[in-house]
Write a protein that binds this ligand. Sequence first.
Ligand SMILES: Nc1ncnc2c1ncn2[C@@H]1O[C@H](COP(=O)(O)OP(=O)(O)OP(=O)(O)O)[C@@H](O)[C@H]1O
Ligand SMILES: [Mg+2]
Length: 190
Amino acid sequence: MPPSNNALPVHIQSLSKHFGAVRAVEDVSFDIKAGEFLTLLGPSGSGKTTLLMMIAGFSRPTGGSIRIAEQEIVHLPPHKRNIGMVFQNYALFPHMTVGENIAYPLKLRKVSRSDVEDRVRKVLDTVQLGGYADRRINELSGGQRQRIALARAIVFEPRVLLMDEPLSALDKHLREAMQMESASCMIVWA
Ligand SMILES: Nc1ncnc2c1ncn2[C@@H]1O[C@H](COP(=O)(O)OP(=O)(O)OP(=O)(O)O)[C@@H](O)[C@H]1O
Ligand SMILES: [Mg+2]
């Protein structure tokens, strides 16, 4: 079961990211309440990926604050944030099997080996790829890769799910199932 602070919102305040002279994200503020599903639309280069990478912890903001459940998370590494992310290019590890890719975030979080096996099997069923644990990534279709990236993002039951250009390869039924089974606070970039 999710922790009780799952019900508390995400606050993004005055968030900025500059790459030299490039102001990729400039003074962005918004709140997301539990259960909300936010889609950010913007042209290529408008800073969507940069914003997500800062929320997930893969990129350090130039300025601003990110709070989840009242806690400032800007200084926490990604695996301590309890945020799942599906990357724009999926970023699956090519040298690992499907099962190893999905187990990776669980191992980072020191989940016991028996629990890892169980959770990997369950999440593979959730994305309708049961039995694919031993496949190599390069033996998957684009849509299958996307589902494995999603499985890896939700296997540790994150409180926030970030998806960069998500879901395009999923059928409608599966999309609806994902929304039911993922975090209570969901941010979707489309
Ligand atoms: N590591 C980096 N170094 C320098 N500039 C960067 C870096 N990452 C992104 N940028 C620049 O920041 C701006 C925002 O990029 P970002 O990837 O966030 O856009 P996006 O909205 O996700 O675009 P797309 O829709 O094409 O995915 C762009 O001008 C990009 O060139
Ligand atoms: Mg992008």
